[in-house]
Design a binder for this molecule. Structure first.
Ligand SMILES: N[C@@H](CCC(=O)N[C@@H](CS)C(=O)NCC(=O)O)C(=O)O
Length: 205
């Protein structure tokens, strides 16, 4: 097995689905969590290839891009989290990019907005714009797969990222977006519930 170090901030963010995928896949790893000053210091030293995290260091080689890490982990471990079927794999990839690229990037400006009134206005636009488009698309994917997951009956790394986003909203971590806003996405809620019910999330180290 490769030697794995996952470097990120001390929070869920983009890294949590990778941590969960590593555990479910049975891969031991060092969970390197940096406080922001440590991150800034390490970045100033040039520690991160793109100046950002997460970074997954595989046998001493730094790998960047969250979705690439997720696919790698899913293929190297017990291989349960990524489908063999080309169409199912394409749906997993498509949903991963919708969430980690389209939605994350659309969300970014509001994460850094300090003025609450402006933040809430940005979130309202996010809800009716990019989020409605991304979640509407994913509802369609889940409808065609037959659910509860993106690839049908088997959970994949795309479901871990989807569930992490729903969990963030359920926790109330996104001002202006509540669980009531998700009511029109019943298949996404069902996918998140099915992820939460997977016993491997509790029994994994
Ligand atoms: N496309 C990259 C984006 C990585 C990214 O934006 N990371 C953020 C944290 S979620 C970061 O390091 N931000 C700090 C900064 O850029 O100063 C990925 O998917 O991994």
């Amino acid at each position: 097995m490769p030697n794995l170090v996952l470097t990120y901030f001390d929070g869920p963010g983009r890294a949590e689905p990778i941590r969960v995928a590593l555990r479910i896949s049975g891969l031991a790893f060092e969970d390197r969590r940096l406080k922001f000053p440590e991150f800034a210091e390490a970045r100033a030293r040039g520690d991160f290839p793109l100046g950002s995290v997460p970074v997954l260091t595989v046998d001493g080689v730094d790998v960047v891009q969250t979705t690439a890490m997720l696919r790698y982990v899913a293929r190297v471990g017990d291989r349960s989290l990524y489908p063999e079927d080309p169409w199912a794999a394409t749906m997993v990839d498509s949903v991963l990019e919708c969430l980690n690229d389209s939605l994350s990037n659309a969300m970014l400006p509001s994460l850094f907005e300090r003025d609450m009134a402006k933040k809430l206005a940005m979130r309202a636009e996010l809800l009716t714009g990019p989020m409605a488009r991304v979640y509407g698309y994913i509802e369609g994917v889940l409808s065609r797969s037959g659910g509860p997951f993106v690839a049908g009956g088997a959970m994949s790394v795309a479901d871990l990222v989807l569930a992490a986003g729903v969990e963030q909203i359920r926790r109330g971590s996104l001002d202006g977006i509540t669980v009531a806003d998700l009511a029109k996405y019943p298949r996404i809620l069902a996918a998140a519930d099915a992820v939460a019910a997977d016993p491997r999330l509790r029994t994994s180290a």
